[in-house]
Design a binder for this molecule. Structure first.
Ligand code: FAD
Length: 287
């Protein structure tokens, strides 16, 4: 099933997982999925590292298992910056064979370690290419605080409109910790004529290191109350975890009350945390 169709009749909850490292057994992710399936997500997406050091072969295998073994819709992430057109064609064939209909089409981060191949410059180039080569539902990434490389929010929303016009069927945001960025972004998108569903990407923070890495990777801003919370609990892992869960739930309650199209939970492969969040919000999703 194409996941964009689900937004017409319900508020969508989806989950994101990543493949285990090359050195870890693939089975670890199936234990995680055994626990996540009880959350009845509308879909589960599986990341793919643009850099090439991650276990990318596993993305297709896991996305296929989600769809064909667990009976849950799956989304395969596909960052294009280090791929040629023939490599993408090969992957599209693999997805078709596995019956996977949904792709999160991405550019990927530019890194000096892996110089970009020249076939795709932006995610919109990949999206046009996928449209020409298959009947997929295409999801795009978007950035409530603006993408880190873009000179202005206006340029960023113009580029997003180009990406949607190229054939994006739905959008998922980068994580954010202040909902006001999301609401302002949603308004900019609406003014720009972007009418596809926009899911809010929420990451529960469970330790300080994780958030420092996120800030350096994507440049998201941390509100004062969030920093105060981290400083208070950074040396108490259980309190930090519970505070991170409560913070994420608070964000989600507000988003649902303000009619968000859906929530995409970055699970960090931690079913316990996802389960706690789900227990707090499941009735709201259905209300
Ligand atoms: P684009 O949409 O191509 O945008 C990149 C930059 O180029 C932006 O600044 C944009 O404003 C600008 N731009 C776009 N089009 C134009 C144009 N025509 N002219 C000028 N400027 C333009 N990375 C991974 O490697 N693997 C993953 O699995 C993964 N999953 C992700 C999931 C989500 C939900 C999100 C939000 C991000 C994910 N990323 C992943 C990270 C993503 O690859 C990076 O954020 C990357 O830097 C940008 O990707 P994009 O697809 O948004 O790029």
């Amino acid at each position: 099933m194409k996941t964009s169709a689900i937004f017409k009749y319900k508020k969508v909850l989806s989950l994101e997982i990543f493949p285990p490292k090359r050195t870890a057994p693939i089975d670890t992710i199936y234990h995680t999925l055994d626990e996540l399936k009880g959350l009845n997500p509308e879909f589960i997406s599986v990341t793919y590292g643009a850099g090439g050091s991650e276990n990318n072969d596993a993305t297709l295998e896991i996305a296929s298992a989600i769809k064909n073994h667990y009976g849950i819709e799956s989304v395969a992430h596909l960052p294009c910056i280090n791929l040629t057109k023939s490599e993408v064609l090969f992957m599209l064939e693999g997805l078709k064979k596995a019956g996977i209909e949904n792709i999160l089409a991405l550019r990927g981060d530019v890194s000096s370690e892996f110089p970009p191949k020249q076939d795709f410059r932006y995610a919109s180039d990949l999206i046009s290419f996928i449209k020409q080569n298959g009947d997929f539902n295409i999801i795009g990434a978007c950035y409530p605080e603006g993408h880190s490389e873009c000179p202005s929010l206006i340029d960023d929303i113009r580029n997003l409109k180009t990406k949607v016009d190229a054939g994006t069927d739905q959008l998922i945001t980068q994580l954010f910790f202040d909902n006001s960025y999301f609401y302002a972004f949603r308004e900019r998108a609406s003014i720009a004529g972007i009418n596809v569903p926009i899911q809010a990407g929420i990451m529960p923070v469970v330790n300080k290191k994780q958030i420092e890495r996120m800030v350096s990777l994507c440049g998201v801003k941390l509100p004062k109350k969030f920093i105060t919370m981290m400083e208070k609990y950074e040396n108490n892992p259980v309190a930090m975890r519970d505070a991170g869960i409560a913070y994420a739930v608070d964000q989600i309650v507000d988003l649902i009350a303000q009619d968000v199209d859906g929530i995409h939970l970055y699970t960090m492969n931690n079913p316990y945390i996802a389960q706690r969040i789900y227990a707090a919000i499941s009735t709201l999703l259905a209300a």
